[in-house]
Design a binder for this molecule. Structure first.
Ligand code: 5GP
Ligand code: SF4
Ligand code: MG
Length: 460
């Protein structure tokens, strides 16, 4: 999911949020929502669909106020229905609260029990509404916003990067592991108006300056008095999702001090060092495989060409909820360039193989277009384990690398050869401290304990 928040008295906060969400559309395409606060009064609009389908000028003009939070959703908990669209709302003695959530809690059943015990009722099936209700119940027990939020966050286990709107101010928070990203920007050189976004591309689009990321285990509380930083969890231990770097986040977003475009080119070069093969050209699978393909080409001195043209108006196939839709989606999405591929030995670089369905179809399309050899190179290791922290990689039995060896996968998708980036190679190219990343979908080493019943629901 994508989250956004803005505190900017005097600005059209709904419109700025709309543009921010527009830049974060790749993080979720099922529903979109914006909540604004005009002191005590909450305005909310959310619906199924893309940001551009959900909002128009007249809807945005109704969303008045000094601060706003927004969300683009793809469902990891709760079904794909409009009631589950975000921001989630709860009411308290100090007024309404609007919560936009990226991530996934792993203790949802316990939290639901506790909220029920406190006699608060929920209308959705999402963990996000439970967070909103937890905050409301802490406020109702007499705490101020900040203390109530800290108590509520301590009830939550799992991955959560949140933007929260209240009548008193805007909050951004990350879980102690900082699994999902969240950054702070400002609209001014002398900051009084702040912006929060899942990725820096959400700041760029409204001309906000990137200040820094929200730290794992940090709350930023933004009010008329400025920005206050609170370490709400004394022992943060950074575990940023490495898949954000490899695939999920936009290449023009900054993480770890560089654009992900630069990062992905670098892992492409490492991949070439590890597993180059004699060929006539290197192509990338649009869009996510392209930076790594360029890096692969640079390192191997095999020329880079575009071999597949993507229809820009078809969304990410992966994010659509059903396998049937995914299968229909891919045929609309990529078209091979026959005169580039005809008679050529091709190295095709992609960021990952998850189920293997897309890759198999693309390989067939390349061969139909005249490629004589297709060598697939993947700029991440085999995905063998499901994610419990907010990326919808499905159950383990749907992950092709959980069941098949590399040689079997090569045969299944019909390539002449297949190689993945090594896990060591990936981590070395990622950061000087590989421990500061989650890479559980490649290893099964989950940095936040996943309770057995939840684990069993997704593991083979
Ligand atoms: P597959 O061959 O597994 O069906 O599809 C692989 C393609 O799906 C890759 O191009 C990758 O960019 C894309 N993809 C879609 N969703 C995801 C996801 O959640 N994680 C990853 N890593 N890749 C995904
Ligand atoms: Fe990211 Fe994989 Fe960890 Fe999930 S399991 S948070 S996708 S690295
Ligand atoms: Mg891709």
């Amino acid at each position: 999911c994508g989250v956004f928040g803005i505190y900017a008295p005097g600005e059209d906060v709904a419109k700025l949020t709309y543009f921010g969400l527009y830049a974060l559309q790749h993080r979720g395409q099922e529903s979109a929502g914006i909540a604004t606060f005009e002191s005590e009064k909450l305005y909310l609009y959310k619906d199924m669909g893309l940001v551009s389908q959900v909002f128009n000028e007249s809807i945005l003009s109704e969303l008045k106020g000094n601060l706003a939070v927004g969300h683009t959703r793809y469902s990891t908990t709760g079904s794909s229905r409009v009631v589950n669209a975000q921001p989630a709302i709860a009411n308290s003695r100090l007024g309404s609260i609007a919560v936009a959530h990226n991530g996934n809690l792993v203790n949802t059943p316990q939290l639901r029990e506790e909220i029920t015990r406190r006699q608060y009722s929920f209308v959705t099936t999402t963990d996000t509404e439970l967070i909103a209700l937890a905050i409301a119940s802490e406020v109702d027990s007499g705490k101020n916003w900040l203390d109530a939020c800290i108590s509520a966050f301590k009830m939550c286990e799992g991955a959560f990067s949140l933007t929260i709107g209240t009548p008193a101010g805007l909050m951004g928070v990350r879980d102690p592991h900082g699994i999902r990203p969240l950054v702070i920007g400002t609209l001014d050189t002398n900051p009084t108006r702040y912006v929060l976004a899942s990725e820096t591309c959400g700041l760029d689009i409204i001309g906000a300056e990137f200040l820094r990321e929200v730290k794992p285990g940090e709350i930023v509380w933004i009010t008329e008095d400025g920005l206050q930083s609170i370490e709400w969890q004394s022992q943060p231990s950074r575990k940023l999702c490495v898949f954000e770097m490899i695939y999920f986040a936009r290449p023009d977003s900054q993480m770890e001090g560089e654009s992900l475009y630069t990062y992905r080119m670098r892992i492409g070069r490492v991949l070439a060092k590890e597993s180059c093969v004699d060929a006539d050209l290197v192509i990338g699978v649009p869009d996510s495989g392209i930076p790594a393909a360029i890096g692969f080409s640079q390192e191997s001195n095999i020329s880079y060409m575009e071999g597949l043209i993507k229809n820009r108006y078809v969304g990410r196939t992966f994010i659509q909820p059903t396998q049937g839709m995914r299968e229909a989606g891919i045929r609309m999405k990529l078209n091979p360039l026959k005169d580039v591929l005809q008679g050529k030995r091709v190295i095709m670089v992609d960021d990952s193989i998850v189920r293997g369905t897309t890759s198999g179809k693309i390989v067939k399309a390349l061969r139909d277009a005249g490629a004589t050899e297709v060598h697939m190179r993947i700029s991440s290791p085999p995905v063998t384990h499901p994610c419990f922290y907010g990326i919808d990689t499905d159950n383990q039995d749907q992950l092709i690398a959980a069941k098949k060896s590399v040689a079997e996968i090569a045969q299944h998708i019909g390539v002449d050869s297949l190689a993945y980036l090594s896990w060591e190679g990936m981590l070395q190219a990622t950061h000087e401290d590989p421990q500061s990343f989650c890479s559980a979908c490649f290893t099964g080493q989950y940095p936040i304990d996943v309770p057995e019943p939840i684990k069993r629901s997704k593991l083979m």
